[in-house]
Design a protein around this ligand. Structure first.
Ligand SMILES: [Zn+2]
Length: 355
């Protein structure tokens, strides 16, 4: 569950919007309608579109800087606090990571400077953002300054956290540095949550919750990657499992599901070659309908299962699992399956190998 959906592609990246971004928009629009009616709400819709454009510009700041170092950005997700550009990989050199992190807030500073040159004054408190009485450009200037400053807080998941991590990496290993920046993020989250609760600002509380969760996720992700870097597909694969034959029926698959603890079953030819996987979800789907249970399992299996070799790095396996495959098959060069890997058993491996 990602809580975001796609808007299309721009400059080589898929643009996604997180649902909480709309909560922020709804709050601003609703507040304007309450104080100044439809006219105010319309002005705020225009404002929200301008804000949206600034957040997109911020993310493309990261993406275009990353491209200078030969790193692609598959997708960009917009969030209330600025958004996340998901880079294909992080730059190895701390200097490059800092440049990529700073490029986002720098775009907002540039926008703020341009708006100020056009006469927008930055004398407004952030709490006045939902007031339509303030000038349009003035509010936009304030929002850009806010985006730049907020993202420079030296804590994950803000851009400043990335700068902090890169600096800490000069003195400690990456996992420890990430943990420190993530802990800073959780302290900031508590502080924001306290401010939000004591001032009765629900958006601030929402941002606090998001910062807390994202800081934690970043820390776990880096720890997982560092374990994955040391291991190969052979270390993670399930080697004791029950398989189905192509002529087996849906009814046979159903009894196998009950008999075992497996959630997915490889369908193997007589020579051991992998034909596909039957998932528990596909099986339930097949059983829920009135179609005969004498159908062969080949009719309900997923055929395009990603295949890796025994010596494939676990990092590659993880990236492939992220793309949504039910399982990854570990096969010989001639296509015989040796074992398979699921999200659950990688999770178990991380607990065993972790820390
Ligand atoms: Zn950013």
């Amino acid at each position: 569950m990602t809580w975001s959906f796609s808007l299309g592609r721009l400059l080589g990246s898929e643009l996604r919007v997180h649902i909480t971004f709309f909560l922020l928009l709804a709050w601003i629009g609703f507040a304007a309608y309450g104080t100044s009616g439809w006219a105010g709400a319309m002005v705020n819709i225009a404002f929200v579109l301008a804000l949206f454009a600034c957040v997109v510009a911020h993310e493309f700041g990261h993406a275009l800087m990353a491209r200078r170092y030969g790193i692609r950005t598959p997708d960009i997700t917009l969030l209330p606090i600025g958004g996340l550009a998901r880079l294909e990989r992080m730059p190895e050199k701390p200097g490059e990571e800092i440049a990529v992190a700073l490029a986002g807030p720098a775009v907002n500073v540039v926008i703020w400077a341009v708006l100020t040159a056009f006469g927008a004054k930055t004398s407004l408190a952030l709490t006045d953002l939902d007031q339509t009485s303030a000038g349009f450009l003035q509010r936009l200037a304030v929002v850009n300054l806010f985006l730049a400053l907020f993202n420079m807080i030296p804590a994950f998941p803000m851009d400043g956290g990335r700068v902090l991590r890169a600096l800490l990496c000069l003195r400690m290993d990456r996992v420890a540095a990430t943990r420190a920046a993530a802990t800073a993020g959780q302290i900031v989250a508590f502080f924001l949550g306290f401010m939000g609760l004591s001032s009765g600002n629900p958006v601030l509380v929402l941002i606090a919750v998001f910062v807390f969760v994202a800081a934690n996720a970043e820390s776990q992700d880096v720890a997982m990657r560092s374990v994955a870097r040391r291991l190969m597909a052979r270390d993670a694969m399930i080697t004791r499992y029950e398989s189905l034959a192509p002529q087996d029926t849906v009814a046979t698959a159903a009894t196998t599901l009950i008999r075992t603890t497996q959630h997915e079953f490889p369908v193997l030819g007589s020579d051991g070659a992998l034909l596909g996987f039957v998932t528990r979800a596909a099986l339930f789907e097949a059983l829920a309908h009135d179609a005969p249970r004498t159908r062969p399992v080949t009719e309900i299996m997923t055929a395009d299962i990603p295949r890796v070799a025994l010596a494939t790095g676990l990092e590659t396996v993880l990236a492939t699992l992220h793309d949504g495959a039910p399982a990854i098959a570990v096969c010989t060069e001639t296509g015989q399956m040796l074992g398979y890997i699921t999200r659950e058993n990688v999770g178990e491996l991380m607990v065993v190998q972790g820390r």
